[in-house]
Structures are given as structure tokens and as C-alpha cells.
Design a protein around this ligand. Structure first.
Ligand code: NAG
Ligand code: NAG
Ligand code: NAG
Ligand code: NAG
Ligand code: NAG
Ligand code: NAG
Ligand code: NAG
Ligand code: NAG
Ligand code: NAG
Ligand code: NAG
Length: 679
């Protein structure tokens, strides 16, 4: 251990000297991230991550009206009690601050943090508790005139902020010149190069590009050192980020500022983002392992959240740990991880399936969930369907001596019948919230029903059009959480529209919702927000009728990064079908775009594709690892009619078995570099 650590550090330094870049991993963390991006190109200018772990602010703003006083570095003077400056880092950042200053007398500098512009001031936005109000400030105190240095203690690490307010407390006429400000970034601790992305996306739509990269950067800010979680029990004043989250060096949490805990419910979205963009799945592995380590050994239930929080009692989040396991193994082929945890996975499956009741539906007893705390609602049934179906594939990957894939597929099929029988509202044309006479047609269950294939295509198209009724100018308002817009659940909704070819709807919702936030001058302009209100303000209305402290909302929340994976999976059209990408699919959707390219990386190598509309047709290029096989689905130029296709300049070879299925031509393809032209 010690030797490999020393070696890693030595190599890190050698690399550093070689490239002349000031890059390093977090504190004593062993560097294990990639040294460089897998796909160099002009799109790297869209990466929000800084080129160094030590960063400086962008601007010094007036404490009075937040006008820009100067770029940083620049004069930063505080004079007299209560005088203020606002330091703008230009993007979301997080970590430990160092200040250098010189003073003319005694006093102290107050330091307060906020992600959104709205909470600039002497009180930080809220990260600890939610209902107690803002976190206050931390202080650097000095007794005499002279030079001083303040290094923020590890305990006070601030996980997410863009703005930092400096204010002077003095009894006299003290003046302070802040001569330097730097931040040591805490997130993505094992990466020496925070811009070494293993995936990319680039289209002719600059807004979509920024949204894709804001999701990617959000995941980076959510991948944190394992000893920087929120302390539980919560401290009574201020904040403490010294909680132990799980094994390893890096772990994915729900948000940069808060909760700074593992929440498996996020993984339905965040894992796909991590895979398609940055390519860091070790943070996901450690997050899943901490859930397995904390499984209830008697019942088989997983906690709702990881340690130190360890909240219990959510059937939904229990299933997300299981679905997260599938996604992780699909992307990595980490069979050792799967085999090590398989007995616990089986126990978890028994725990949840035992709750299926007399009518074939789930008797939900672990009722904690996003938006609703009642029994028997539909998103849990649909999650169970997906848990069984992904479990069936997992069981094949472990060898399936017990024929579980057959058993679980059959159970899924029975459940699908029960859901469609008891919960479909035929008069309305979408699912009800549960098997009662309720008029609520939720966004979550209906989106997931399409995405996870619980319905036939007629029902799927009907649901897709009914979901539009929730839309307003800045996003889809969730009927199950009135007044709120949830980029988390909207992430499932866009994937649902894409998955049935409703490309324009999906792109429209991405631009309304994520476009509103990334262009909002009060936001971080670099990450994705946890949720916001229908009336275009930052805040969160709970299902139980009260407003959370609006400053408690996290502005860097991985569960809201849905567009990143969806733009890669559906618009570029690139996805993998079996572990590590031995088989893959390339099925572009054009929408109103005219050119897109992108790619990602697995242990088998790089997967890359691009398409351009040209004249009345299009050109599709791809380059996949040799030895892999795939399915290419080419959109027809006019419905049901074979277009003119060439592959590498020649007619389609017979072994590609071109045939029309639905609105596309399906080809059997192999790895390597190829060009298809469709006219
Ligand atoms: C000094 O400034 C602080 C911070 O603005 C303020 O809370 C305090 O009331 C001021 N003290 C006096 C004596 O004005
Ligand atoms: C201001 O004076 C009060 C009373 O003498 C003292 O308690 C306090 O520490 C002083 N504050 C500063 C910032 O010097
Ligand atoms: C930004 O916040 C300010 C102050 O809270 C508010 O007046 C303004 O309307 C906000 N702008 C947007 C675009 O939300
Ligand atoms: C974190 O800090 C708090 C407050 O100082 C302390 O009570 C707690 O024991 C610490 N927790 C850990 C895991 O070090
Ligand atoms: C649901 O489960 C609870 C707890 O095990 C049990 O008390 C209740 O009877 C069950 N309801 C149905 C309809 O099966
Ligand atoms: C059914 O759904 C409605 C709407 O969400 C809710 O008010 C009710 O409590 C639910 N009933 C059951 C038994 O889950
Ligand atoms: C299971 O694997 C098959 C074959 O690769 C794939 O087509 C199917 O989509 C997978 N099921 C799920 C639920 O992902
Ligand atoms: C698995 O189950 C299916 C369906 O019951 C059956 O046809 C098949 O023979 C079983 N295979 C094994 C290896 O038991
Ligand atoms: C927006 O809605 C929230 C929650 O109902 C409310 O507290 C807030 O005052 C509203 N803001 C505006 C500007 O309408
Ligand atoms: C996945 O892992 C298994 C077991 O280690 C191995 O046999 C198989 O070749 C791997 N597949 C790929 C595509 O790497």
C-alpha cells in the first residue's frame, strides 16, 4: 500500500514536471484517474472543470450592488466595520479556501458562501439541516497589524459554491488588503487532471452542448473524498463536512453542497451521466458498496441513504441500489464486484418481491420516496418491473445456475399485467398514481412506464402526449409535487420521449427546463439544479405542504443531469447493450439538429460516432473497438421506403442483413472505423 502510494505520488510529480501543469490529486489520495482526455478536440472548450486543482476567483464584485469591480487578481480592500466584497469564481466550485492578507489593526474577516446569486451576503446559503436557516459564516481573526494567512479547516470544507462574501468586523479603523485568494478543489479527488474526460458530445446547438457539459461537471462536483460527508447528527450551528461515507478514495454523493451523502435514488440518472461523460465509475462502485455494506442482514433491506445518514424505510431507493448495480456492471463488466455482492443482491430481491400482494401489485411498506409518502403508487411498481428485468440479466452474468432469469422474467411479466390491469386509466390514456380511483396521473410513473417498457407502443404514444399537459414555459410541473419542476423526474421524461422517437418533444423539454437554468444569471451557469418552482424562483415545495428554506436547494445535483446521457444515447444514438460494450447500438435521432458527434470509453476501448445531414440525406461515421458487434439503425428518409445506402463507399454487404423495422433500416455491424452514406 505505502509503496504503491509513494510510487503513484512520484509518478504524479514526474508527470507534472513533464507537462509543466500544476495538477495534483486531493491531499493524500492516490491518483487513479486518467491523465488525459480520450477525445481531444475543440469541444474541450465546453468543459467547465478547471485545469488545476488549485483555482483562483474570476471576479471581485462590489459588496453593495454586486457590480464587477475588477477581474481577479485586483485590488480587494476592506475598510471599516461591515465593509464587504464578493468573490465570484465564475462557476460552481468546492473545497478549502486560503486567504492571504495584510491589515492595519485588529479585527476579523467573515467568510460566507453561496451557490446562487440570491444568497450573497454575510450568511451562507443553507447546507446543513434545511429548516434551521442559513449556515452563517466562518471567521479569520487577527490581533494586530501585519500580514496574515487563513487556511480553512478541513471540517469547514464547503462542498459547493460560486460566490464567497468577505466582510470585515472591526472596532476601529482597521483596513484589510486581501492579497491572494485560492481554493483547493476537493471533488474528483483521484483525478490529477480534472479535464481528462473519457467521453464527449458536440452538436451544432451550442445550448445543448453547454447543458451536456453542465451535467458532466455536476457529476464531478458530486464525486468527493470519502471523509468529507455531512456530519450526522447535524451540527447545531454552521456546518461540518467530516462524515465518513464509505470505502475507497472517491464516492458519488447526491449534491456538492448537500446532502453530501450516498443516495441510490440518484443513480438511475447519475450513473449514466458518469459513464457517458467523465467515465469515472469508481465513485459509483464505492457508493454501491457502501449500500451493500449497510444492508440489513436480517431483512435484506438496503438503507435509503448511505452512512453516516443511514436513513431507512424506502422501497424505491432499495430498488435503485439494485438497478444501480445493473447499470454499474453493464458499463464496467466488474464481475468480481457482482459475485462478491451476489448473495446480498439475492436477499434484497427476496425482500422486495415478498411485498407483492394478492392482486399482483406491490404492498409498499417502505414509503419514503421523492414527492410522495403514501402507499402503493405506481412508480414503485414500475421500478420493481425494471428491477426484475435487470435482475434477470444480472443473473445470466453470474452464470445463472438457479435459472433465476426465467423466474424473474416471468414475475416481471405477471407484474406488467397487474400494472396494466389495475392502474391504467383508459378514459384518460395514461397511468393513475395507484389502483384507487385517484385522478392523479404522475410524471414519474408515466415517464418510467415508457422508458422501462411496461407498455405497448400505443399506450406509450398516448402517455407521451398526455405528459405535455404538465408543461409550462420553463419546464414540466410535476402533478405529484404541485408547484415544482423536477429536472430529476424530467430526466426520465425526456428519455421516455426519445425512446419512442418523440425527438422534438424531448429536445423541447431539455431547452425549456435545463436551458432556463443554465441561462439564469442567478444560478451557477455550470451545473444542474436539484429542483425549482413553477413561478421561476429557486425553492422547493414539499409534498406535505410547506416550503423548504429556498437557499437549501442544491444547485449541483447529479440526479438532474439526465440530458447528458440522453443526448449521447438517443441524439448521437450511441449506447452499449452488454457488459463493457461487447455489443452496442447506434441509432441516431436528428430532431432539428444538423450535426452531432460524440463518444465514450469502456475497458474494451473507445466508441465514437458522428452524423451530419447533407443535402437530402445524411452521413454517419463510427469507430468502435475491433472485435465488438453492434446494431446500426438508420432513420428512413421517407417512411417504409429503403433509402440508397452505401457502407464504406460500397453497396450494403449481405452480411449486414439490412432490413426495415419500423421507421428505420436495421444493419448488423462490426467494430472498426466505417462510413455510411444515406441518400
Ligand atoms: C459590524 O459589522 C457587522 C457585520 O456587518 C455587524 O453585524 C455589526 O453590527 C457591526 N458592528 C457595529 C458596532 O456596527
Ligand atoms: C471589539 O471590542 C469588544 C469589546 O472590547 C471585544 O470584546 C471584541 O473582541 C472586539 N472585536 C474585535 C473584532 O476586535
Ligand atoms: C435574480 O434574483 C434577483 C434577486 O433575487 C431577482 O430580482 C431577479 O428577478 C432574478 N433573476 C432571474 C432571471 O431569476
Ligand atoms: C466531525 O466533527 C464533529 C464536530 O467537531 C465531531 O463531533 C465528530 O466526531 C467528527 N466526526 C468524524 C467522523 O470525525
Ligand atoms: C401490507 O403489508 C402490511 C405489513 O406487512 C400488512 O399489515 C398488510 O396487511 C399488507 N396489506 C395487503 C393488502 O397485503
Ligand atoms: C393513491 O394515490 C393518491 C394520489 O397520489 C393518494 O392520495 C392516495 O393516498 C393513494 N392511495 C393509496 C392507497 O396508495
Ligand atoms: C438484458 O439484456 C438484453 C440482451 O443484451 C437486452 O436486450 C435487454 O435490454 C436487457 N434488459 C434490460 C432490462 O436492460
Ligand atoms: C429454466 O426454466 C425454464 C422455464 O421454466 C425451463 O424451460 C428450463 O428448462 C429451465 N432451465 C433449467 C436449466 O433449469
Ligand atoms: C413562488 O412560489 C413560492 C412557493 O409558493 C412562494 O413562496 C414565492 O413567494 C413565489 N415567488 C414569486 C416571485 O411569485
Ligand atoms: C467480462 O468479465 C468476464 C469475467 O471476468 C469475462 O469472462 C468476459 O470476457 C468479460 N467480457 C468483456 C466484454 O470484457
Amino acid at each position: 500500500m505505502a509503496t504503491s502510494r509513494t510510487l503513484a505520488r512520484f509518478l504524479g510529480i514526474a508527470l507534472l514536471l513533464g507537462t509543466g501543469l500544476a495538477q495534483s490529486c486531493w491531499k493524500d489520495t492516490v491518483c487513479s484517474g486518467p491523465a488525459d482526455t480520450a477525445f481531444p478536440g475543440p469541444w474541450e472548450s465546453n468543459i467547465f472543470a478547471p485545469s488545476s486543482r488549485i483555482v483562483s476567483p474570476e471576479f471581485i464584485l462590489s459588496g453593495q450592488n454586486e457590480d464587477i469591480l475588477s477581474p481577479f487578481p485586483g485590488t480587494a480592500s476592506l475598510s471599516g466595520n461591515g465593509s464587504q466584497l464578493v468573490i465570484d469564481f465564475g462557476i460552481e466550485v468546492g473545497g478549502l479556501i486560503t486567504l492571504e492578507y495584510s491589515t492595519t489593526g485588529p479585527g476579523s474577516i467573515g467568510i460566507a458562501f453561496t451557490e446562487a446569486k440570491n444568497w450573497i451576503g454575510e450568511w451562507s446559503d443553507s447546507s446543513n439541516g434545511g429548516f434551521k436557516g442559513p449556515d452563517g459564516a466562518i471567521y479569520s481573526t487577527f490581533a494586530t497589524a501585519g500580514k496574515g494567512t487563513y487556511v480553512m479547516p478541513d471540517l469547514s470544507l464547503r462542498g459547493g459554491f460560486r460566490y464567497m462574501t468577505l466582510f470585515l468586523i472591526t472596532n476601529g479603523t482597521t483596513t484589510v488588503d486581501v492579497t491572494d485568494i485560492s481554493l483547493e478543489i476537493g471533488f474528483q479527488p483521484t483525478w490529477s487532471n480534472l479535464r481528462a474526460y473519457q467521453g464527449y458530445f458536440h452538436s451544432n446547438d451550442e445550448l445543448l452542448n453547454r447543458i451536456w457539459y453542465s451535467g458532466a461537471y455536476t457529476i464531478q462536483t458530486n464525486s468527493v473524498p470519502v471523509n468529507t460527508g455531512r456530519q450526522v447528527p447535524f451540527v447545531a450551528t454552521g456546518w461540518a463536512n467530516n462524515g465518513t461515507l464509505g470505502p475507497g478514495d472517491t464516492i458519488i454523493v447526491d449534491g456538492a453542497k448537500r446532502d453530501r451523502a450516498v443516495w441510490p435514488g440518484d443513480m438511475g440518472i447519475a450513473v449514466g451521466t458518469a459513464f457517458s461523460s467523465i467515465g469515472d465509475l469508481s465513485s459509483v462502485k464505492n457508493a454501491l458498496q457502501t449500500m451493500y455494506n449497510n444492508q440489513n442482514p436480517t431483512t435484506g433491506a438496503f438503507p435509503e441513504a448511505g452512512p453516516p445518514l443511514l436513513q431507512q424505510g424506502s422501497d424505491t431507493y432499495h430498488m435503485w441500489t439494485m438497478i444501480g448495480t445493473y447499470n454499474y456492471v453493464l458499463y464496467t463488466n466488474d464481475t468480481a464486484f457482482l459475485l462478491q455482492n451476489w448473495p446480498k443482491y439475492l436477499k434484497a430481491m427476496d425482500f422486495i418481491y415478498d411485498k407483492v400482494g394478492f392482486n399482483g401489485l406491490l404492498n409498499v411498506t417502505g414509503i419514503r420516496d421523492w414527492a410522495r409518502w403514501q402507499q402503493g403508487f405506481n412508480n414503485k411498481l414500475i421500478s420493481l418491473y425494471h428491477t426484475l428485468m435487470t435482475g434477470a440479466n444480472l443473473s445470466i452474468w453470474v452464470g445463472d445456475a438457479a435459472n433465476l432469469s426465467t423466474i424473474w422474467s416471468a414475475r416481471a411479466s405477471n407484474l406488467q399485467t397487474a400494472i396494466n390491469t389495475h392502474c391504467w386509466d383508459n378514459d384518460y390514456g395514461a397511468f393513475k398514481d395507484n389502483a384507487t380511483a385517484t385522478k392523479l396521473h404522475p410524471q414519474d410513473a408515466n415517464s418510467m412506464a415508457i422508458l422501462f417498457d411496461v407498455v405497448d407502443s400505443t399506450k406509450a404514444q398516448s402517455i407521451s402526449s398526455k405528459l405535455l399537459k404538465n408543461w409550462g414555459p420553463i419546464g414540466a410541473v410535476s402533478p405529484e409535487l404541485p408547484g415544482n419542476i423536477s429536472p430529476f423526474i424530467s430526466g426520465f421524461e425526456i428519455a421516455a420521449h426519445f425512446s419512442i422517437g418523440q425527438t422534438d418533444r424531448a429536445l423541447d423539454l431539455i431547452r425549456r427546463c435545463w436551458g432556463w437554468y443554465i441561462n439564469n444569471p442567478n444560478g451557477t451557469q455550470s451545473t444542474v439544479i436539484e429542483g425549482y418552482l413553477q413561478n421561476a424562483t429557486f425553492g422547493y415545495r414539499s409534498s406535505r405542504g410547506y416550503d423548504y428554506d429556498a437557499s437549501y436547494v442544491s444547485h449541483s445535483h447529479g440526479w438532474s443531469s439526465g440530458p447528458t446521457a440522453s443526448l449521447t444515447t438517443y441524439v448521437l444514438g450511441l449506447s452499449i447493450l452488454s457488459p463493457a460494450g461487447a455489443t452496442w447500438k447506434l441509432a441516431p435521432q436528428f430532431g432539428d439538429l444538423c450535426s452531432v458527434e460524440g463518444g465514450f470509453t469502456t475497458s474494451l476501448g473507445k466508441y465514437q460516432a458522428s452524423w451530419q445531414l447533407v443535402g437530402g440525406g445524411y452521413t454517419l461515421n463510427y469507430n468502435m473497438p475491433e472485435g465488438t458487434t453492434g446494431q446500426v439503425i438508420l432513420p428512413c428518409l421517407s417512411a417504409g421506403k429503403f433509402p440508397r445506402i452505401t457502407v464504406d463507399g460500397l453497396p450494403v454487404p449481405a452480411d449486414m442483413s439490412a432490413q426495415i423495422v419500423g421507421s428505420g433500416v436495421v444493419l448488423k455491424a462490426r467494430g472498426g472505423s466505417h462510413q455510411i452514406v444515406v441518400r
